[in-house]
Design a protein around this ligand. Structure first.
Ligand code: FUL
Length: 510
């Protein structure tokens, strides 16, 4: 009986500790360095951030008047009559994305030109004044419905910078923007991501607009509480380039010094709202050196955006400049494989279809990924780690179960005796970020018959880490976790073989 009481108490304490975890931490002036590191190791994603991170692959659709003018940034003076996709088929867009492994799409409901892809009540500058479907069409609805039908997430891009609205530059613009947001968040079912672009080309003598971000966030939280707010928003950070590459060391916990400390302390919510300020482009955002001087910490994970083409919008003369399948594979390794979510843009053409040239590349890219990741050569390995527990969780294909160390040790060695002698050149690791991001340094060694040799090494892991290295043939490897902010966790481990693709991937290999 006593045994059950203790078990119950332990379970209750564990659940309580879990429920206590937040996606931010307040740092007190009296906190020591080790207390700050402990706090950082216990910051976790909010449920909406965790759902988003698990998507790995998300897809952008840039579509609008620019598709018809050939511009990248419209002026806002375009005649709505130019918008006339003759074969628009949103099911084809979403199917193309789904077939390539994407889990969610984001549509440019309004780009900087202010042209709205839905028949909004807020402006005449929209599809309702275009010849497309005699002004009765609604691109947002067609894409939202296609996503629902094909079980894909759906998000919207609504550009804060609006070169058409007569309100831009006045207080009324915030009311106008809230009305647009309200329409989009009320009439199209579930919205999973709201993307606020930071771009503004007004220049020093242009219109000045103060965006009421706090109000916008409140509207989103009220109407679509599950949606993440990206870029100029509190949930998802812009990785800092538009190349699709994440940092070698990518921490999801970063300083949040612009947070209102008093508000956080009294905040009973599980996650907070804050506007990103400061430089998010540096090489190092979350190392010990960065966080020990912080006043607050926040879970703020990176999204790596990139276009499959040179431009964000479709231009016919770029049909032969689509990134190669090998380049896209390299991007995959350095975005998803570096603790980021990839947001890849595939712009529909003037007819309103994803072009065959893009589809062809996407098929080849998907095949390259499948060929590598279909066969985990660690499957069936015998796992041992002297100071670790739940080793079997590493190969059970379940993200939520995880290996960790017994007495909260911050280093460990995990040995894998492979089922067969195998040749591999890719390592995959996944930390259980629902517990926190902790691993700071690791190394993979292999047994060459006489001794241990280093295969590769890395710093952060996070949701997913992929490392490529030269071919290794062995039946025994060991993963050394050399440094961690608290007891490390690992959900999954994988060893894969990447066949030579004849590209210059090798230079990325270690
Ligand atoms: C940028 C914009 O200016 C581009 O046109 C594009 O939408 C990209 C995703 O973000 O800031």
């Amino acid at each position: 009986m006593m045994k059950y009481k203790i078990l119950f108490l332990l379970l209750f304490t564990a659940l309580f500790a879990q429920a206590q975890k937040k996606n931010y931490a307040v740092i007190l002036p009296t906190d020591s360095e080790s207390e700050i590191i402990f706090k950082a190791a216990n910051v976790v994603p909010s449920p909406r951030q965790l759902r988003w991170q698990k998507l790995e692959l998300t897809c952008f659709f840039h579509f609008g008047v620019n598709t018809f003018t050939g511009n990248e940034w419209g002026t806002g003076k375009e005649d709505p009559k130019i918008f006339n996709p003759t074969k628009l088929n949103a099911n084809q867009w979403v199917k193309t994305a789904k077939d390539a492994g994407f889990k969610q799409v984001i549509l440019t409901a309004k780009h900087h030109d202010g042209f709205c892809l839905w028949p909004t009540k807020t402006t005449e500058h929209s599809v309702k004044n275009s010849p497309w479907k005699n002004g009765k069409g609604d691109v947002v609805k067609e894409v939202a419905d296609a996503c629902r039908k094909q079980n894909m997430g759906f998000g919207i891009y609504l550009s804060p910078w609006d070169r058409n609205s007569k309100f831009y530059g006045t207080d009324e613009y915030n009311d106008f923007f809230v009305k647009q947001l309200t329409e989009l968040l009320s009439n199209y079912g579930r919205i999973d991501e709201v993307w606020f672009d930071g771009a503004n080309g007004e220049g020093p003598n242009g219109k000045k607009q103060v965006y009421d971000f706090d109000r916008w966030y409140r509207v989103i939280r009220k109407l679509q509480p599950a949606a993440v707010i990206a870029i100029m928003g509190p949930d998802v950070r812009w990785v800092g380039t538009e190349t699709g590459y994440g940092r070698e060391t990518e921490w999801s916990v970063v300083p949040a010094d612009n947070l209102d400390q008093a508000a956080i302390s009294s905040n009973s919510q599980k996650s907070i709202n804050f506007k990103p300020t400061g430089d998010m482009r540096g090489d190092d955002l979350g190392s010990r050196e960065k966080i020990i001087h912080a006043k607050g910490l926040v879970w703020y994970p990176a999204e790596a955006d990139v276009s499959i083409r040179p431009g964000w919008f479709y231009h016919k003369d770029q049909n032969d400049k689509i990134k190669s399948p090998e380049k896209l594979l390299d991007i995959y390794f350095h975005s998803v494989g570096r603790n980021c979510v990839l947001l890849m843009n595939i712009p529909p053409d003037k007819e309103g279809l994803i072009n065959d040239a893009d589809i062809k590349v996407l098929h080849q890219w998907t095949k390259l990924r499948d060929d590598i990741f279909k066969n985990n050569l660690a499957t069936g390995a015998i796992i041992s780690s002297s100071n670790g527990i739940h080793g079997n969780a590493l190969l059970d294909k379940k993200y939520d179960t995880y290996w960790t160390t017994k007495a909260k040790d911050t280093s460990a060695v995990i040995e894998l005796k492979l089922k067969n002698k195998s040749t591999f050149n890719v390592l995959m690791l996944q930390e259980n970020i629902a517990i926190g991001q902790r691993i700071e340094k690791f190394e993979l060694d292999y047994w060459d018959g006489n001794d241990w040799q280093k295969a590769t090494e890395g710093t952060t892991v996070g949701y997913k880490r992929l490392l490529q290295f030269n071919n290794i043939t062995t039946d025994k490897v060991r993963l050394k976790i050399l440094s961690s902010r608290l007891n490390p966790t690992l959900s999954e481990i994988g060893l894969y073989f990447q066949p030579e693709t004849g590209n210059d991937n090798a230079k990325e290999k270690k």
